[in-house]
Design a protein. Structure first.
Length: 419
């Protein structure tokens, strides 16, 4: 007989638990949809999510204030976007062949702006003087050394060029280009040696090329049909360090407008080259074929389960345990498992060992040695088959009846010793 047991939880408690779980699940969905599933990106490196001197968060904010639609991308799928793609490759983590594939893939897709790396930067130490400790913000860095990237020379034509580094050992160099002039924020600067397939956009007072545009040779297919690719060789023109100067900020806007042909295309700042690449957003993927059908079934199942839970009549029926307690029931369950699995051959050795221990105890032996048991049985039961002979018959038995017959023969020795 089953009895109705009172629910251990109050209705209000259950409702609060369900409500809390639902709100937590919705918060999880929001975090997945908003891309809040990993580090935010303000890690002190040179990319559009970093606030350090070498970062480009200021450039992204400036473009947004100028009316551009700005997106920070963590997906390699944006390599084929028709928007203006801003690439900020790191100093050491660039494979020239892989980067070349990105540029060649975008040849007929859309404009590209490449900002080359320059600075080796480290995070500020945790122990700082009290007068400056409260002013330091997350993501700030200390610029250590400037170095020009060498992989630009290994790019395919017409993208390839060599870059050099220069230290004025005095005042920062003055630059001019795009109808604007200004000064670099630091005495260390990078410059390029352009080829005939590249047009100079910005140069310094000593003739060093700070920004160039890849056009291709006159009359080539690249020249006639490809989207523009602009290389900013000196990143201090547009990074957070350089944008402290108004002239640099004006130049950054002009470079963006020039590269996008003044169409004011949306701007996508890539973060994947800096290690923030990821797969397609999980929430978005769940609502796309072929996963859409499974998602709809899952949502429907949630509604059905919820409705069933709140419409159930009465308390749950209290039932007895599925398995009874006790040694007899344990043995019965074990025997039933062996019968169901039909693994009778596994019974022979355990039963022989058990019989040997019982016979040794009855015969007063200290160890259940088969030879010793045979010798003791020969003295007590002279006309009976020895223990080892009966054990061998048990091992040879395969069918259920043979196993029972052999086991009974071993048990017979125990019965005769007790009489």
């Amino acid at each position: 007989m089953s009895a109705r047991a009172a629910s251990p939880f109050a209705t209000r408690t259950v409702l609060l638990i369900v409500l809390f779980g639902a709100l937590t699940f919705l918060a999880l969905l929001y975090a997945i949809g908003a891309g809040e599933t990993g580090p935010r990106g303000n890690d002190g490196r040179a990319h559009a999510a970093a606030n350090g001197l070498n970062g480009y968060s200021g450039l992204a904010k400036l473009a947004e204030l100028e009316g551009f639609d700005v997106t920070l991308s963590r997906s390699k799928g944006q390599y084929t976007t028709a928007s203006l793609l801003v690439l900020t490759p790191p100093q050491y983590m660039v494979d020239a062949e892989e980067f070349s594939e990105i540029l060649e893939k975008r040849q007929y897709m859309g404009p590209t702006l490449v900002i080359l790396p320059k600075w080796y930067a480290t995070r500020l130490p945790q122990k700082l003087p009290d007068e400056v400790k409260g002013k330091v913000k997350k993501g700030w860095v200390r610029l250590m050394e400037a170095s020009s990237p060498t992989w630009t020379a290994y790019l395919p034509e017409p993208y390839a060029f060599e870059s050099t580094e220069h230290n004025t050992k005095g005042k920062p160099l003055v630059w001019s280009g795009m109808g604007i002039s200004g000064a670099l924020p630091d005495k260390n600067s990078l410059a390029a040696v352009p080829t005939v397939a590249q047009d100079i956009l910005v140069e310094d007072a000593e003739g060093g090329v700070l920004a160039l545009e890849v056009l291709g040779e006159d009359g080539s297919d690249f020249y006639d049909n490809s989207w523009p690719v602009t290389f900013i060789v000196e990143p201090d023109l547009v990074n957070n360090y350089g944008l402290a100067k108004s002239a640099n900020a004006a130049l950054a806007v002009e470079l963006i407008r020039h590269t996008s042909y003044d169409d004011e295309l949306p701007i996508v700042f890539d973060l994947t080259l800096n290690g923030f690449g990821g797969t397609t957003n999980l929430l978005t993927l769940a609502f796309q074929p072929p996963f859409l059908a499974a998602t709809l079934c899952f949502i429907l199942a949630l509604f059905v389960i919820g409705w069933r839970a709140f419409r159930r009549f009465g308390a749950a029926a209290a039932q007895g345990p599925a398995i009874a307690y006790g040694k007899r029931q344990l043995v019965t369950n074990g025997a039933g498992l062996i019968l169901r699995a039909r693994r009778f051959n596994l019974l022979a050795e355990p039963y022989i060992a058990l019989s040997a221990r019982r016979l040794a105890h009855q015969l007063g032996l200290t160890r259940p040695d088969p030879a010793a048991i045979d010798a003791a049985l020969a003295a007590r039961l002279t006309d009976e088959l020895p223990f080892t002979h009966r054990a061998k018959a048990m091992r040879r038995a395969h069918s259920q009846s043979d196993i029972l017959r052999a086991a009974d023969a071993l048990k017979e020795l125990e019965r005769k010793l007790t009489t």
